[in-house]
Design a protein around this ligand. Structure first.
Ligand code: BGC
Ligand code: ZN
Length: 373
């Protein structure tokens, strides 16, 4: 079957012929892949800056943001049935007996670093025709979300972050009271800034809006009109970095209770940290390239953090329940803002043309490889 693979030692990326997988255990299902989203992680993989093939392979089949259809199930599978639409999770646990995170199904918090990730780290991914996976890693998606369900995995990144935000905001003495919920005025925690207007940023902005936050999206992207339109549609405020400094941002959005970073650009992120308001929380989700050594105002940042009770939290990957909340949220987004959600998917490419969006030439918000229809 066809698959898109990177060969890191040869520095090649191409469509290869990869062996079709078969069900090998009573708890597995076989899926026909319909669509696979391309993200920044894939672009890093495609330029050989990130990721690793399985130990016994010279190549890695990439793709981790998928939508598939179940075509076969082993006898003990009860979570899915033939014909179901499913989104597969990405990370698989390490095997160390004492990694409490992996041993309790929370490999998104793996201690050892020996976790694997499908399509990223030592496990083949989903940019191929068929995939076999254990039912525990499958998430059923309603047929009504067929057009947009490829956005579920990137939305899980926002879902986990918002959960982290919720647990940090619980420290506010008045936050847990019945009258004041997460993001709800006047809990003094409802003004959010989203850094970046890519898929993770815009999906995060939607999740923040639906949870009651005021949202300002700050974007360095040169393509403003469609991103601006999405932010307008969800009742947020859009600011372009070209025309607005971070001081303008802080004035327009502040005092900032939450910064949700979804861009992977450390210099602008550390600028914005200095505009965080009292009791503010800054959440990092972007993974910058190594090597940029930018000057950082360490005294100022440390001083502000202490005097203002601020918190900085990094968040990666997502637990199983984040897939459930992503599916529920995407359903709600489609009820409220169907056109804005659909507009996040910029273009669909056949697998033979995968190199185009992988090289970053695609532009727009989310580019998708359409493997089957
Ligand atoms: C994926 C995550 C993964 C992370 C780090 C992201 O693009 O969505 O599932 O954990 O990359 O590899
Ligand atoms: Zn991704």
């Amino acid at each position: 079957m066809k698959a898109v693979a990177v060969f890191p030692t040869k520095r090649e990326i191409r469509v290869i012929d990869h062996p079709e997988p078969h069900i090998e255990s009573p708890v597995q299902a076989k899926m026909r892949v319909l669509e696979v989203g391309v993200c920044g992680t894939d672009r890093e993989l495609a330029s050989f800056r990130y990721g690793m093939p399985p130990d016994d392979s010279e190549y890695l089949v990439i793709g981790h943001e998928s939508l598939s259809e179940v075509v076969d199930v082993a006898p003990n599978v009860s979570k899915v049935k033939k014909g179901d639409l499913v989104v597969m999770s990405v990370r698989r646990p390490c095997t160390h007996p004492d990694c409490v995170a992996c041993r309790t199904g929370r490999q998104d918090f793996c201690y050892t670093g020996d976790y694997t990730e499908r399509g990223i780290k030592q496990r083949h991914g989903y940019m191929t025709e068929f995939v076999v996976e254990e039912e525990q890693y499958l998430n059923v998606v309603p047929q009504a979300l067929r057009d947009v369900a490829v956005l579920v995995e990137p939305l899980t990144i926002a879902e986990k972050s918002l959960e982290q935000l919720g647990s940090v905001q619980q420290r506010l003495p008045w936050a847990g009271t019945a009258k004041i919920a997460l993001g709800e005025m006047p809990s003094h925690g409802y003004r959010a800034v989203v850094l970046g207007a890519g898929p993770v940023g815009l999906l995060g902005a939607m999740a923040l809006r639906i949870s009651g936050f005021e949202v300002t999206v700050y974007s360095r992207s040169p393509e403003h009109s469609e991103k601006n339109a999405v932010v307008d549609a969800i009742g947020g405020q859009y600011m372009a970095a070209e025309t607005h400094t971070v001081d303008d941002l802080a004035k327009a959005a502040g005092p900032i209770d939450v910064v949700y970073e979804a861009v992977g650009a450390s210099a602008v992120a550390f600028d914005v940290i200095q505009r965080l308001g009292p009791n503010g929380i800054f959440i990092f989700t972007g993974v910058p390239d190594r090597g940029g050594n930018n000057p950082v105002a360490t005294d100022q940042i440390m001083r502000d953090m202490v005097l203002n009770n601020q918190a900085i939290v990094g968040s990666v990957n997502a637990p199983p329940h984040a897939f459930e909340s992503a599916i529920a949220h995407l359903t709600a987004f489609m009820q409220k803002w169907p056109d804005a959600v659909r507009s996040l998917i910029t273009a669909r490419y056949p697998i033979e043309r995968a190199a185009e969006p992988l090289s970053g030439r695609g532009g727009g918000v989310k580019n998708v490889i359409q493997v089957a229809s």
